[in-house]
Design a protein around this ligand. Structure first.
Ligand SMILES: NC(=O)c1ccc[n+]([C@@H]2O[C@H](COP(=O)([O-])OP(=O)(O)OC[C@H]3O[C@@H](n4cnc5c(N)ncnc54)[C@H](OP(=O)(O)O)[C@@H]3O)[C@@H](O)[C@H]2O)c1
Length: 326
């Protein structure tokens, strides 16, 4: 199951494998499990793998090479340069490090991980164009670029994607970024599609969510110690939405992750739904996510279930409320 990815000539699976958790982002992680999870994703039919120099300071890229290096020609790799490395020479050096970590001589799509207003965007864009001319990257794109940053990037270069937080509990991009992506044929790579597990059918209540994950603007900073934002959240609306999603899960017979991913697959301008797994068993579940195709009554029910959360949280696309996007 492959589709042409926007303006590129890459043929990619609708589900993109997210490599961040394998590098320990969600707690202790055995390397053996990460490798099996990566190979399991490939066996489930995924050919698109998303990593970043930031994930374990290069370790995630190394893991990907270790797990799938001999399948390099069969996979599409996106990796990202840190916002601290957006100066021209820093980008060139970061890309060399990533190539070395990935044990490859090209990255398919190279993304600016977050905007950095201290470095002129034109300088970063010139650097990625140079990398493209040198054949070290095939395409470039951006991540976490909002309604002001994305059009600026599109003016400066041939950006092929914007990787953005998008899931049932964070629909901020719908206000003003998704329309730009749709108009300009920029496929969105959605991240945190399962809201780091909240949409994987493991939690009946928001109160049960692990404290190190309950950091997004959905959660009230006064109740949760690890939030970096200072917002009141939308937990009452969030719990109502979660209850409703559980109801739809039980009535439809779909697993909750199928609903979460099926809904994203149907949304405008979405070109890839990123999902992260921690072990082989979770990766076996990716096959059904590749296939899921929800009917319109379920899609509408999921949209209605989360409209209030969407409207309460508004258009700030930074899921953690750190004010990094615009
Ligand atoms: N561009 C950016 O700034 C950015 C930011 C964040 C993420 N990302 C990308 O998006 C990827 C995924 O996002 P995310 O890591 O936030 O998380 P996610 O995909 O929303 O959730 C991952 C979690 O879902 C749970 N899960 C997955 N499959 C499951 C299954 N079959 N059964 C039960 N639970 C399951 C696991 O939870 P447990 O850990 O509890 O097992 C897993 O750790 C990252 O790896 C990265 O590639 C990009």
């Amino acid at each position: 199951m492959r589709k042409k990815f926007g303006k590129t000539d890459l043929m990619t699976s609708p589900i993109v494998y997210g490599c961040m958790g394998g590098a320990g982002a969600f707690g202790a992680q055995e390397e053996k499990d990460s490798i099996e999870a990566l190979r399991g994703a490939f066996d489930a039919g995924l050919n698109f793998f998303d990593t970043a120099e930031a994930y374990g300071a290069g370790y995630s890229e190394q893991l990907l090479a270790k797990a799938l290096g001999d399948r390099r020609k069969d996979i599409v790799i996106s990796s990202k340069v840190n916002k601290e490395h957006l100066g021209a020479s820093d980008i060139m050096e970061a890309c060399e490090r990533s190539l070395k970590n990935l044990k490859t001589d090209y990255i398919d799509i190279y993304l600016l991980h977050w905007p950095n207003r201290e470095v002129p965007l034109a300088e970063s864009m010139e650097a990625v164009k140079k990398l493209q001319d040198q054949g070290k990257i095939r395409y470039y794109g951006v991540s976490n670029f909002g309604k002001l940053d994305l059009p600026e990037a599109l003016e400066l270069g041939d950006v092929v994607t914007d990787q953005l937080p998008y899931h049932l509990f964070h629909r901020a991009i719908e206000f003003d970024v998704q329309p730009v992506c749709e108009e300009k044929n920029i496929p969105i790579m959605c991240y945190s599609s399962l809201m780091q597990g909240l949409l994987a059918g493991k939690y009946r209540s928001l109160a049960d969510f692990p404290v190190n994950r309950a950091r997004t603007t959905l959660f009230d900073h006064k109740k949760w110690g690890e939030c970096v934002h200072t917002k009141d959240g939308a937990e009452e609306a969030g719990q109502k939405a979660l209850d409703e999603i559980w109801k739809i899960t039980e009535e439809s017979g779909y697993a909750m992750e199928e609903l979460a991913v099926g809904w994203l697959k149907s949304r405008r301008a979405v070109g890839g739904v990123i999902v992260g797994t921690r072990n082989a068993e979770q990766s076996r579940g990716l096959k059904k996510l590749m296939d899921v195709d929800l009917d319109s009554s379920i899609l509408d029910a999921l949209t209605r279930a989360t409209d209030e959360v969407k409207n309460r949280l508004g258009s700030d696309i930074d899921m953690w409320g750190k004010g990094r996007t615009r």
